[in-house]
Design a protein around this ligand. Structure first.
Ligand SMILES: *[C@@H]1O[C@H](CO)[C@@H](O)[C@H](O)[C@H]1NC(C)=O
Ligand SMILES: *[C@@H]1O[C@H](CO)[C@@H](O)[C@H](O)[C@H]1NC(C)=O
Ligand SMILES: *[C@@H]1O[C@H](CO)[C@@H](O)[C@H](O)[C@H]1NC(C)=O
Ligand SMILES: *[C@@H]1O[C@H](CO)[C@@H](O)[C@H](O)[C@H]1NC(C)=O
Ligand SMILES: *[C@@H]1O[C@H](CO)[C@@H](O)[C@H](O)[C@H]1NC(C)=O
Ligand SMILES: *[C@@H]1O[C@H](CO)[C@@H](O)[C@H](O)[C@H]1NC(C)=O
Ligand SMILES: *[C@@H]1O[C@H](CO)[C@@H](O)[C@H](O)[C@H]1NC(C)=O
Ligand SMILES: *[C@@H]1O[C@H](CO)[C@@H](O)[C@H](O)[C@H]1NC(C)=O
Ligand SMILES: *[C@@H]1O[C@H](CO)[C@@H](O)[C@H](O)[C@H]1NC(C)=O
Length: 515
């Protein structure tokens, strides 16, 4: 009697042990992953979805300008002295409008950004500040003509003097607000055929920085007003309801799976997310590179894994930009398709280390780099007398990710816009300057999750650690129960005849006690 009861208990505890093992090894992780997926996938029931539709807090959008302090000397061929002014801080709000849900687990949406000046964070700087910067739109026009048909440059420059009033040198004295958002008026009125050429070129290429004036007599040039005015997209993004590792990947932009700008399948690849959302990290297979798609520069960029760091008392994976991302084709042959023929008369279209030609992207001969030519060829620095000093801690691009949810704990993206200042003997404004790459401004877009979200994440992590503990407790209980029941059984077995060996209980399928 006693023995059969012990056997029953032992059977039960054994079943419990097996159940505990199955749950601990397979069930709990499965349930936990399912639960995480439910919370982060782009689905109206998930916690993430509302934050994705409308960012709960604004991002920081900071702009640093390069004020030229020795314009007269530069006009006479000396090296430029620059004074960095900034940051001019804007709050950047983001909102998405869902257009439709597609096959292959995707959502199609438009992205609307909205900027507001933050005078407090900008310190003493105001949008009324007067600065002297490189005259971007003027040089863009001259370079375009010089590259296409050099003999016409003097004639076109005459027209430009009409187009750009008070054109004495390649610099622009401007109010910050006009340069960023309000715009600088470019007059297209006049019966000059060269002027018609320049204006026609702008109309044909519609660079995003050129906003047609209401009366169609000219354009307003500004760096960021197009971002504030119009929606971008449509983007098509993977929702992660089927495969969480694909969450956030952008699969098409403006209805195209490959960007047409580079005329190349490889360079046009749309890789990664829009850097606001990433899939959770599989700790047994941590990705080497995190891609993000940057529509402003028409390409995907990546940050490379550096390792684990602690952020806000949480374990985070840290990624930062590596020089291979913007490397010259000699250092990274994959980048060869970002070279663009016809960029410059005396150039194969391939740029040196750390530069990206934006002409195919923006319809203007702009060149992108990291701020202060960080990670770029050092020969760029030789052009300046002062004011350019690459510094990793100030000019790096990085992200800290929470591995459990893929949430961005903190991250910044930094990019500088430059244009070539070219010595052109036939243009009075440019006949004495040194040829070199001239910076206009750089910007930093970043976000750090607020304390409330940090606490939310920490609570989730705590819950997970309880579940983790629960899993081992369950397993331990299963083992203890099986051991105890086994011991009890062994003890009971000693009270009855020897041939009812407890071990045979399993082997003989419990028939032993009948004998
Ligand atoms: C920019 O430099 C000019 C001299 O070229 C100076 O007059 C002006 O005050 C500077 N602007 C600011 C905001 O410091
Ligand atoms: C879905 O994916 C398949 C295979 O990857 C592809 O052939 C198909 O075009 C995709 N459908 C849509 C609507 O993107
Ligand atoms: C952006 O546009 C809104 C109106 O759509 C305007 O109120 C706001 O001032 C603009 N932001 C900037 C920085 O110009
Ligand atoms: C052009 O220069 C004249 C005289 O220096 C000045 O009165 C006028 O305001 C300037 N125009 C512009 C658009 O800067
Ligand atoms: C620079 O170009 C602008 C147009 O972008 C023009 O209005 C201005 O007169 C030019 N500035 C100078 C100082 O020549
Ligand atoms: C896009 O991603 C693929 C695979 O992850 C990679 O091989 C390729 O180099 C990336 N393309 C670009 C342009 O970064
Ligand atoms: C981090 O954790 C330690 C110990 O758990 C605590 O003393 C400290 O205040 C925490 N710091 C933050 C920023 O939460
Ligand atoms: C480059 O310029 C040549 C002539 O100047 C032209 O025939 C060719 O189409 C241009 N190529 C591109 C990609 O613009
Ligand atoms: C880089 O910038 C940081 C922060 O301003 C500063 O502490 C550091 O000295 C700079 N490093 C160099 C090499 O200039």
């Amino acid at each position: 009697m006693l023995a059969s009861r012990a056997k029953l208990i032992f059977t039960c505890s054994l079943a419990f042990l097996i159940l505990a093992i199955v749950l601990a090894v397979w069930g709990f992780p499965k349930i936990v992953n399912k639960q995480i997926q439910k919370n982060v996938q782009l689905e109206s029931s998930s916690q993430m979805f509302d934050k994705w539709l409308k960012m709960p807090m604004p991002m920081d959008f900071k702009v640093y300008l390069f004020n030229v302090t020795n314009t007269d000397e530069v006009n006479e061929g000396e090296k430029p002295k620059l004074q960095e002014i900034g940051p001019y801080v804007y709050k950047e709000y983001r909102e998405r409008t869902v257009l439709s849900y597609g096959a292959n687990d995707t959502v199609k949406y438009m992205l609307k950004k909205h900027f507001e000046f933050d005078p407090v964070a900008s310190g003493g700087l105001t949008e009324e500040d007067q600065v002297t910067v490189i005259n971007f739109s003027y040089l863009a026009a001259v370079l375009a003509v010089h590259d296409m048909m050099p003999p016409f440059v003097p004639m076109v420059n005459k027209a430009l003097e009409q187009f750009f009033t008070n054109l004495t040198d390649p610099f622009l004295r401007v109010r910050v607000r006009d340069l960023f958002f309000d715009g600088i008026f470019l007059n297209c009125e006049g019966d000059n055929s060269a002027l018609g050429l320049v204006c026609g070129q702008i109309r044909a290429q519609t660079p995003p920085t050129m906003r047609p004036a209401d009366d169609a007599n000219g354009f307003y040039f500004s760096m960021f007003s197009h971002m504030n005015r119009s929606e971008s997209g449509p983007y098509e993004m993977v929702r992660g309801t089927e495969n969480i590792r694909e969450l956030g990947h952008i699969v098409s932009y403006k209805e195209q799976p490959v960007l047409p700008n580079w005329g190349d399948q490889y360079c046009g690849m749309i890789n990664g997310s829009d850097s606001s959302i990433f899939p959770p990290i599989d700790e047994s297979n941590v990705p080497e590179k995190l891609y993000s798609f940057e529509p402003d520069i028409c390409r995907s960029l990546y940050v490379s894994s550096v390792g684990k760091r602690t952020m806000f008392n949480m374990t985070a994976y840290y990624y930062e930009i590596h020089e291979s991302a913007l490397a010259a084709k000699s250092a990274n042959p994959n980048n060869r398709c970002f070279c663009k023929k016809n960029w410059s008369a005396n150039h194969d279209g391939c740029l040196i280390m750390g530069l990206l030609n934006l002409a195919p992207c923006q319809g203007a001969p702009a060149i992108a780099s990291l701020p202060h030519y960080y990670l770029a060829s050092e020969e760029l620095l030789e052009y300046f007398a002062e004011g350019i000093q690459p510094n990793k801690s100030l000019h790096n691009t990085y992200v800290y990710l929470d591995p459990v949810t893929g949430a961005v704990l903190s991250g910044v993206k930094r990019l500088q816009f430059n244009i070539e200042l070219r010595n052109i003997p036939t243009v009075p404004q440019l006949q004495a300057v040194r040829t070199g790459l001239f910076p206009l401004l750089w910007l930093e877009e970043g976000a750090t999750i607020p304390v409330s979200l940090q606490d939310e994440l920490k609570a989730a992590h705590r819950l997970l650690s309880y579940v983790e503990i629960g899993r081992w407790v369950l397993l331990a209980l299963g083992i203890l129960a099986a051991l105890a029941a086994g011991a009890a059984l062994a003890k009971a077995a000693n009270l009855i005849p020897r041939h009812n060996n407890s071990v045979s209980f399993i082997l003989t399928n419990g028939n032993g006690h009948k004998g």
